[in-house]
Design a protein around this ligand. Structure first.
Ligand code: A3D
Length: 319
């Protein structure tokens, strides 16, 4: 039976998600947006490309939550994106209100779906989404680590002149400034990044520059675009998570997942490697962190906790 993916938010990322899902024939697509015309227009436009691309799935645009009934996967991008000069955290108040409406729509209409959140500020919004919706924590997950890791791998591949497929890497922690690239878990042509530094194949300064550029990856694109924020790479990352769930691929992917004691963290969403298969988040992989990675991870966790405290001030129900 054809699977169904509902996309809540038909903006830049939502539209790109719909197109990628169609090209892969991953599932039928419902594009939901409060801006009804945008959802309907994009669904129709993508559907009309099937004559050229040859895909055979249904696409529908809507502003009616009943249309998301029985979704296998729901991907949320509803909200406002950053404008140049804004931090992700500046989005908190507005996007919390939006995510509450979205959570209610999902709870009422499709409570068995695997839900992937992309709306920023990611770690806190995905936590709020889980609390507002009451869905099980293994079925509510945030997309960020795949994107951060992909940016890191891209910059490394350009610097080291190595095809990106020959690089394995992992970025842990919260999304953005506090992310933690893992040098011992970054493997380039069978060598760890730590070894390559020792062998002077890449200088510490160069690596520091790449890490900073990765952390600021979204900001750099936002500044260039002037309006809106990155959407191609975020959408591709969301699709990878949906595909691993729908096809039970059990891929190991860095995602914002609910921690209940893992990494010494309780009752918080943060970026860690997880296995995504037909049951959702099937396992959280606990890596051995060296002292520097552990320290950076703790800084990242503190940043998420601080922002969560601000969210609780806005809505005490998040306690
Ligand atoms: P944009 O193109 O503005 O699309 C957002 C859409 O949400 C718009 O079409 C709105 O009409 C719609 N919307 C607003 N309120 C509601 C509502 N209550 N219900 C349903 N739809 C609504 O933004 P975008 O697609 O560029 O970005 C979407 C979100 O993703 C933003 O919060 C970004 O900050 C975030 N984002 C996250 C990452 C991560 O890596 C986590 C990367 C890039 C963007």
């Amino acid at each position: 039976m054809t699977k169904k993916i509902s996309l809540i938010g038909a903006g830049q990322i939502g539209g790109t998600l719909a197109h990628l899902i169609a090209l892969k024939e991953l599932a039928d697509v419902v594009l939901f947006d409060v801006a009804e015309g945008v959802a309907k227009g994009k669904a129709l436009d993508i559907a009309q490309s099937s004559g050229v691309s040859g895909f055979n799935i249904d696409l529908k645009g809507t502003n009616n939550y009943e249309d998301i009934k029985n979704s296998d996967v729901i991907i949320i991008t509803a909200g406002i994106p950053r404008k140049p000069g804004m931090t992700r955290d500046d989005l908190l108040g507005t996007n919390l209100k939006i995510i509450k409406q979205v959570a209610e729509g999902i709870k009422k209409n499709s409570p068995n779906a695997f839900v992937i959140c992309i709306t920023n500020p990611l770690d806190v919004i995905v936590m709020a989404l889980q609390k507002y919706s009451g869905l099980p924590t293994n079925k509510v997950v945030g997309m960020a680590g795949i994107l951060d890791t992909s940016r890191f791998k891209y910059f490394l591949s350009k610097e080291m002149k190595v095809p990106i497929k020959h690089i394995k890497s992992l970025v842990l922690g919260g999304h953005g400034d506090s992310m933690v690239p893992m040098q011992n878990h970054t493997i380039i042509n069978n060598n760890t990044l730590s070894d390559l530094i020792k062998e002077k194949k890449i200088s510490k300064d160069k690596l520091k520059f790449i890490i900073e550029r990765t952390k600021n990856g979204g900001g750099e694109i936002g500044k260039l675009l002037e309006k809106g924020s990155a959407f191609y790479a975020p959408a591709a990352s969301g699709v990878q998570m949906a595909e691993s769930y729908l096809k039970d691929k059990k891929e190991e992917l860095p995602c914002a997942a609910y921690l209940n004691g893992e990494y010494g963290v309780k009752n918080l969403y943060a970026g860690v490697p997880v296995i995504i298969g037909k049951s959702g988040v099937e396992k959280i992989i606990e890596l051995d962190l060296n002292s520097e990675e552990q320290k950076n991870f703790e800084v990242s966790i503190k940043a998420v906790r601080d922002l969560l405290a601000s969210a609780k001030k806005i809505d005490p129900k998040l306690e």
